[in-house]
Every structure is written in structure tokens, then in C-alpha cells.
Design a protein around this ligand. Structure first.
Ligand SMILES: *Cc1c(COP(=O)(O)O)cnc(C)c1O
Length: 403
């Protein structure tokens, strides 16, 4: 033992200090314990709340047909998948879902991952390594940044949604393999990446382009195919599409879709695919049902669009600090973590669940209330939300207009 080593007592004391600092800075994260299924009303601690913070944008998480498929899946496959996909955990349900996701996304093949986080780690580290460069939007999801770090590649972050800055950074790079990675819909801002511009720059600069459409898939585009459909983007423009299944689709997991040679490479190389137990087959069956609903219940996307328009129009008239977003993610920019926390708590006291998003999830000074809308929200519930927001923001002196 040297003098630098901390004793057991000191190690715990250091952890406790760090927690106390986080609390003092309004950065401590706490969980809510939810009773019952996801939905527009949630029960927490015996009290009922209107839910405006879920990513279950279409209301599939507790849809009767998705539940039924899940239950049938258990009857057919049991609960556990028993092993990794490459051992004997890859079932007919997983395989069928992959084929359906490939077809739905208009790509030759798709590969299921257990979570979106793991898909992003797996893809980036399978295609890039030491000596390579990964170019990422400054506001990309943490899992995409972690993917580049895990790969051991050089991570370069370009200005938000700026194909020009990306082009400059690519021009200055001599790495052999270069990969451009962007959220399709930015998870904490709700705005969309300029995918055609990113594609043009990536193509000219001989770089891979990967779009993570966690928040667009199922939700955007006339058929719910996501940001790429919404922006009329082809597979040649975006060779690597990743999307998650736990948000718009309401179940769990993620997939990557692209050319067969890409998918086969991921099966051979993506460590977060190879060295993990396959998701339960019943989850895949539930997701297949959810994917069918995405096509058969297009009215859910229409209802969602109407709520988004209603919210934006109302918020604008009330002078709320809206951000430029056409997606179900409608953040209100607040500023300090303390103010965002206070507002979130005041709204909770009024029966509204809205999360305060703070650094390091978003840049310093841009803490916000992240409001998310769902196809299942009623017009009157969005009205109630707007009323509560203006009341609470005024009483905290965040809004002084529209009076
Ligand atoms: C949620 C999210 C992920 C992670 O997906 P999980 O399936 O929840 O692990 C990845 N990327 C983006 C942009 C996300 O919003």
C-alpha cells in the first residue's frame, strides 16, 4: 500500500462527496417508481399523473395487440432465449423480425441488437478502429459518442446540423476509414439532421454515413419509416441505418439495416452483438405486432401530428420558450439546472410528469423541460398542459409575455 491509495473508508467518503456535490448543483438524478403500464396517465406513489415524458410516441407499449403477441410469444418460446444469437439463441421470431425490418426499411438485410446503446457501440467499433476517424454532430446521443471512444478511433465533433463544418473537418482528415454519424431526430432537441446535406458531403469525401433514427422510426414519414422516408433519402445516401424499437415501436431492442455485406460484417465483428444473450423471442413477437400496427394504424401518426401542431401553436401564442422542432419532442429551453428542476417539480405537484434535462446530457446553460407528445394524448390534455405550463413558468418568472 502506498500513500496515494485510499482506504476503504476514504473510497466511500469520496463517493459520498461526489453525490453531495451533484445534489448541491441540482444534478442528482433520481428515479420514479411507476406502478402499472405505460400510458397517458401514470400512477406513482398512489397518485395519478398526466405523462408528458415518455418515448412511447404511438401508444404501442401497452397496445392490446402488442400485449397479445407478447403473451403468444411466451407460449411458443418461453421467456429466456438461453444464449447469444451465434450460439443457439437466434429463434424463428428473431429471424422473421429481421426480415420484416429489412423489408420495411427498404434494405437488403437487418440485424437485431438487444438495445440501441449496444447497436451503436457495436456498429462503430466494428467499422472503425485506431487510426480511423469518427465525425459526430455535437448533439449526438451519448451511445454514439461512446461507440467512437470504444472503437479507439479519433472522435471529432462538428457543429450541430452543419454539413459545412463537417466538410471542413473531413477535408482536413487523412484517416483511412472515416465515418459520419448523426441522430436523425435529436433526442434532447427534437429537430432533424439535414440528412441529404450530410450524405452529399460524406459521399464526396468517401466516408461512411450512419443515421441513428431512434426518435424518427415509426413516427416520421407517411408510412412511419422514419427520418429517411420523411426526407426522401435512399440507401445509397445513407448506407447505415440504425433505429431503436423501445421508443416509437413501444417494445424493446434495436436494429441496423443495410447491404448484406455490411450486416454480415457486423455479425462477425460487433462485440456487443456477439457477446450477449439474445433478447427474449417474445419481445421479437411483440415487436412484429407493433411493426404491423405501424402500417395498419396510420391514424396514430396523424393524431400525433395534430397534437404537435396544437402544442406548438398554443405555446407560441403564450410566449413559451419553444425550440425549433417538428417532432414529438418539444423541449422548452430554461437555462439553469436549478430552474429546470424547480419547474419540473412544480409541474409534478400539479399532476404533470415532465422531465428536466440537465448537463451533461445537454450543454451547460441549456437545461430544459423535455415535453414529449403521444398519439394517445387528447386535445384537452394538451390544453391542460399548456395552462399548467404558463402558470408555472410565470410564477417562476420564466415567461412574462402574453398576459
Ligand atoms: C434512446 C436512444 C438510444 C439508445 O437506445 P436504447 O434501445 O434505449 O438503448 C440510442 N440513440 C438515440 C438517439 C436514442 O435516443
Amino acid at each position: 500500500m502506498t500513500e496515494q491509495n485510499l482506504s476503504r473508508q476514504d473510497r466511500y467518503a469520496a463517493l459520498a462527496d461526489d453525490l453531495a456535490t451533484r445534489r448541491a448543483q441540482h444534478l442528482l438524478r433520481e428515479r420514479r417508481v411507476v406502478a402499472g403500464p405505460q400510458g397517458i396517465t401514470l400512477v406513482i406513489g398512489g397518485k395519478s399523473y398526466l405523462n408528458f415524458c415518455s418515448n412511447d410516441y404511438l401508444g404501442h407499449a401497452n397496445h392490446p395487440l402488442v400485449r397479445e403477441a407478447f403473451q403468444r410469444g411466451i407460449d411458443q418460446y418461453g421467456v429466456g432465449s438461453g444464449a447469444a444469437h451465434l450460439v443457439n439463441g437466434h429463434s424463428a421470431a428473431h429471424h422473421a423480425l429481421e426480415e420484416e425490418l429489412a423489408e420495411f426499411s427498404g434494405r437488403p438485410r437487418a440485424l437485431l441488437f438487444s438495445t440501441g446503446y449496444m447497436a451503436n457501440l457495436g456498429v462503430i467499433s466494428a467499422l472503425c478502429g485506431r487510426g480511423d476517424s469518427v465525425f459526430e454532430d455535437r448533439l449526438n446521443h451519448a451511445s454514439l459518442l461512446d461507440g467512437a471512444l470504444l472503437a479507439g478511433a479519433r472522435l471529432q465533433r462538428y457543429q450541430h446540423a452543419s454539413a459545412g463544418d463537417l466538410n471542413n473537418k473531413l477535408s482536413a482528415s487523412h484517416a483511412r476509414t472515416r465515418m459520419v454519424v448523426s441522430d436523425g431526430v435529436f433526442s434532447m432537441d427534437g429537430d432533424s439532421a439535414p440528412i441529404a446535406d450530410l450524405a452529399r458531403v460524406s459521399e464526396r469525401q468517401n466516408a461512411w454515413l450512419m443515421i441513428d433514427d431512434a426518435h424518427g422510426f415509426g413516427v416520421l414519414g407517411n408510412n412511419g419509416r422514419g427520418s429517411l422516408e420523411d426526407q426522401s433519402i435512399t440507401i445509397e445516401q445513407v448506407p447505415i441505418l440504425m433505429a431503436t424499437l423501445g421508443k416509437g415501436l413501444g417494445t424493446f431492442g434495436a436494429f441496423v439495416a443495410g447491404e448484406a455485406v455490411l450486416i454480415e460484417t457486423l455479425i462477425q465483428r460487433a462485440r456487443s452483438y456477439i457477446y450477449t444473450t439474445a433478447m427474449p423471442s417474445a419481445v421479437a413477437e411483440a415487436t412484429r405486432a407493433s411493426l404491423r400496427l405501424t402500417q395498419s394504424e396510420a391514424w396514430r401518426r396523424d393524431a400525433l401530428r395534430e397534437r404537435i401542431q396544437q402544442f406548438r401553436l398554443g405555446a407560441e401564442q403564450l410566449g413559451l420558450p419553444l425550440m425549433p422542432s417538428a417532432s414529438p419532442i418539444q423541449p422548452l429551453l430554461i437555462g439553469t439546472s436549478e430552474a429546470a428542476m424547480d419547474l419540473s417539480q412544480a409541474l409534478e405537484a400539479e399532476g404533470f410528469l415532465i422531465s428536466a434535462i440537465r448537463p451533461p446530457t445537454v450543454p451547460e446553460g441549456t437545461a430544459r423541460l423535455r415535453i414529449t407528445l403521444s398519439a394517445e394524448h387528447q386535445e384537452q390534455q394538451v390544453e391542460q398542459l399548456l395552462d399548467a405550463l404558463v402558470r408555472v413558468l410565470r410564477s417562476h418568472s420564466v415567461v412574462g409575455v402574453g398576459q
